[in-house]
Design a binder for this molecule. Structure first.
Ligand code: UDX
Length: 435
C-alpha cells in the first residue's frame, strides 16, 4: 500500500517509519529542506529510542522515502496522513493554519481519489473544514475528483513512541464512507492480525477521543498533585495513598504519580484547547479549568519548598538541578517544570548548575548561559546546598551518595520532584518530597 505522511515532526516521523516497518511504502514529506536532507542521510532531528535504526533499515529496504514537494507525490499514494503542527494560539485554541495549507495543496494538485487523514491532534470539526478547503480548490480548478477525509489520532508517548505505535492499546479511526473504512482496515491489517483493537467510529468522536484521553490523564495527575499537597498538611504519605487507590481495578495504577506538574507538547496544549472548544460552544469545562490551575501552581512547588526550608534566605545559594526535560527518555523541554523552577531560582538570586543526559542543548536554546551546565550529575552538585530532582532519569536512581555528600556543602538537602530518591535519608541527606 502506498501512503504519504505530511510533516516529519514527532508524530509524522514515528508514524511514517512504523507504517513502513509494517510493510507499507511510505513517503514522508516536509517543507523543511534541511530536515529532509538530514533524514535522507539517516540523521534524525529528535531523540527517540530505536527510531534512528528503524528509519535507516526502512530506507535501505526501499519502503521509506523523504520528499519536500507534496504536489509531486500526490498521485503516487492512496492515503495521505496530515501530521503537521497545531500550535496553540494566544487564546488556547489550536492553530489550524498548517493543516489547512496542506489541504489546500492537496485540493489544488490531486488528480485521483485520495483518502486524507488527520493524525495531528485537531479539534472536533477539523476534518470537515479540511473537506471544505479541498473541495473549494477542486471547484476552482473546475474538476470533480472523489476524495474522503478521516481522523486517526495518535496516542504515542515521547520516549516510548515506537512501542506505543507498534503495540497500541487501541487504534481509533473516524471514517465517513465504506471506501475509507476499507482502506484504513487494509493499512492496519498487521495490527488486526496481531489482535490489537482498531475501533472505528464517526469522525467527530475520533477527534474528540484524543482530547478526552489526554485531558483525562492530565486530570488524574492534577488530582494526585492536589491529594499530595493535602497529604503533607495532614501527615499522610501520597506514595502509600497511590498504592492504596491504584490497586482498585476501577481506578488502575497508571498516571497516578504526583510530581512537579505535567509538561510536554500535548497535555498543556490539549487541555487548553478543549477548554477553548467548550467555551466557543457556550460551555464551561469546570473540571479542566481546575486541572490547569493545579498544574500551574504545582510547577512552582519545588521552589516553594526550597524557600520554606531556608525561611526565605535563598539569595546567593548554589543549587543543582538533576533533569531538565519534561520527562525521561526525551530531550523535549516544552512546558517543562524545570523551566519554571529555573526562572524562580534566578529571580531569587540563586546560582544554578544543571545536568540532563540529553536535554541540555534544548535547555540552552531557552535559558542560554543564565545557568551553568555540568557534564554529569556529580559535577552539577559541587558546592551546592540543594539538589532539585526534576526529571526521573534512571541514572539518578542509585547514585553514589557518599561522593555526592563530599562534593556538596554541609547539611545537604534533596528536593525530590519525583518521589523516588528517599534512600537519600539513610545516607545523611535532608530529604523533601512531594506529598
Ligand atoms: C502524552 C500522552 O500520554 C500520549 O498518549 C499523547 O499522544 C501525547 O501526550 P507525552 O506528552 O509524551 O504523551 O508524555 P506522558 O508520558 O504522557 O507524560 C506527560 C506529563 O505527565 C509528563 O510531564 C510527566 O512527567 C507527567 N506525569 C505522567 C506525571 O506527572 N505523573 C504521572 O503519573 C504520569
Amino acid at each position: 500500500m502506498n501512503i504519504a505522511i505530511v510533516g516529519t515532526g514527532y508524530v509524522g516521523l514515528v508514524s511514517g517509519t512504523c507504517f513502513a516497518e509494517l510493510g507499507a511504502n511510505v513517503i514522508c514529506v516536509d517543507v523543511d529542506i534541511d530536515k529532509i536532507e538530514k533524514l535522507k542521510a539517516g540523521i534524525i532531528p529528535i531523540y527517540e529510542p530505536n527510531l534512528a535504526s528503524m528509519v535507516v533499515r526502512n530506507v535501505k529496504a526501499g519502503r521509506l522515502e523523504f520528499e519536500t514537494d507534496l504536489a509531486s507525490i500526490l498521485n503516487q499514494v492512496e492515503v495521505i496522513f496530515i501530521a503537521v503542527g497545531t500550535p496553540p494560539c494566544e487564546d488556547g485554541s489550536a492553530d489550524l493554519k498548517y493543516v489547512l495549507e496542506v489541504a489546500k495543496t492537496i485540493g489544488w494538485n490531486m488528480n485521483k481519489y485520495l483518502l486524507v487523514v488527520t493524525k495531528s491532534t485537531v479539534p472536533v470539526g477539523t476534518a470537515e473544514k479540511m473537506k471544505t478547503v479541498i473541495q473549494a480548490e477542486l471547484n476552482k480548478r473546475g474538476v470533480s475528483i472523489e476524495f474522503d477525509v478521516a481522523s486517526n489520532p495518535e496516542f504515542l508517548k515521547e520516549g516510548n513512541a515506537i512501542d506505543d505505535f507498534m503495540k497500541p492499546d487501541r487504534v481509533v479511526v473516524g471514517v465517513e464512507s465504506e471506501k475509507s473504512r476499507e482502506l484504513m482496515t487494509r493499512l492496519y491489517k498487521p495490527m488486526l492480525l496481531n489482535n490489537f483493537r482498531v475501533i472505528f467510529m464517526d469522525i467527530p468522536s475520533a477527534e474528540m477521543t484524543k482530547y478526552a484521553a489526554n485531558s483525562m490523564l492530565a486530570t488524574r495527575i492534577s488530582f494526585m498533585n492536589d491529594i499530595a499537597n493535602l497529604c503533607e498538611l495532614v501527615g499522610a504519605d501520597v506514595n502509600m495513598v497511590r498504592k492504596g487507590i491504584g490497586t482498585d481495578s476501577r481506578i488502575g495504577s497508571k498516571f497516578l504519580y504526583s510530581g512537579c506538574g505535567y509538561g510536554g507538547s500535548c497535555f498543556p496544549k490539549d487541555v487548553k484547547a478543549l477548554i477553548k472548544t467548550a467555551s466557543v460552544n457556550g460551555y464551561t469545562m469546570r473540571v479542566l479549568n481546575a486541572v490547569e490551575e493545579v498544574n500551574v501552581i504545582q510547577k512552582n512547588v519545588l521552589f516553594e519548598k526550597f524557600k520554606k526550608r531556608y525561611d526565605g534566605d535563598v539569595a546567593g545559594r548554589k543549587v543543582a538541578i538533576w533533569g531538565l526535560a519534561f520527562k525521561p527518555e526525551t530531550d523535549d523541554m516544552r512546558e517543562a517544570p524545570a523551566l519554571v523552577l529555573i526562572d524562580s531560582l534566578l529571580k531569587a538570586g540563586c546560582e544554578v548548575c544543571a545536568y540532563d543526559p540529553v536535554a541540555m542543548d534544548e535547555c540552552k536554546k531557552r535559558v542560554g548561559d543564565r545557568i551553568s551546565y555540568a557534564d554529569n550529575m556529580y559535577d552539577a552538585v559541587i558546592d551546592a546546598d540543594v539538589i532539585f530532582h526534576v526529571t526521573e532519569w534512571k541514572e539518578f536512581r542509585i547514585p553514589s551518595w557518599e561522593a555526592i555528600k563530599r562534593l556538596m556543602k554541609p547539611n545537604p538537602v534533596i528536593i525530590d520532584g519525583r518521589n523516588v530518591l528517599s534512600e537519600a535519608i539513610q545516607n545523611g541527606f535532608e530529604y523533601l518530597k512531594i506529598g
